[in-house]
Design a protein. Sequence first.
Length: 361
Amino acid sequence: MIIGDINMKKVTPRIHHYELDRYFHCFGSTAQFKNTELYHLIKNLVSGVIPSQKDKFDTRWFCFYLPVKRSGRDICIPMSVVKYKNIFSIFLFEVGYFEVRQGKEVISPFYKKVVKEAMRFLSLIKQTKGKIARKLVPYDYRVGKIKGRYIMEKIVSQKEKKSILSQYARHITKQRRAEKGCSLNEYLDTAAICYRAAYPSKIEGKTSLDMYNRFADGRHGGMLDIKNKNSKKEFMQWYNGSRWLGSHPFEIVFSWHEHGIHLYPPSEHNEWRYGLRVTNYAYAKAFIKMVKALVEDNIPFTARELERVLDYLTGETYFSVNKYDKLTFNYIPSREYKEKYFKYIEWEELEIPRFVAHSIY
């Protein structure tokens, strides 16, 4: 196979993919080396390439590639270099990273081999004007985005989305305000409206307090200790105090990942309305059921994220592909994934190195 004037067989990777698992530490565990020879190899690697980003703190190159042999095929993996003060960091996409500063530490020659191979491959990139990198980076080592409608099992119709937004808009324009706030019992009863709508099979026979104890975060910050549970004054005194700061009394549906669903009490901070919020989209459907129920019960509230949540449920929200994010989709290079998803993914362009004048490459 010919790319430009370079025969693909001439790539001849000198590193096998399985070696990367052995020598690289996964993200979250940084290998730190003090080796002057490796330091200067990296310095030579970046010397002939224009940085991708540079500021007063660090210099970054996102345009290097490491050729490796994987399952009998030649591929290359995106590699980044960051220089911060007197430290170089090498990042190998989806593999790991290590830091290097000058010193006399004895290290495995493998890390020097990585830098030398990336340097050797730069010459091929330059000769083919980047075509060889674009050809050899497999799609499980690239990033992009895809709309949820193409990967979600079920989505809400646009008709239903429009109906929910219309009902909410009408409610907002005519709703009253709870200008004296609420008592603890009123707060728990409002939360109970949400629980009954979202989890009807799990709340049978339970009181409002039972439901809260069943679903909420548990760190109520003294809210449940209010003596007069029918007193709006006592609730507001507690709310305006500092006892509950750092707790999660209003996370009425707990989530281990991010936060679940919050129901904030009416106060001057939210124009004397309840505030319903969701952070983890795993609870998006429950959130919508709660919105509908609060509208039906004519509860004064706002749900500022409603349209964004509906965008997610209708499949209009983008998922990041092969990149950790709030919403992530991992692309597997297989026939199934190619047929089902590939044409819907908007892939980011690979960054090709820009060489300085009179570069050694």
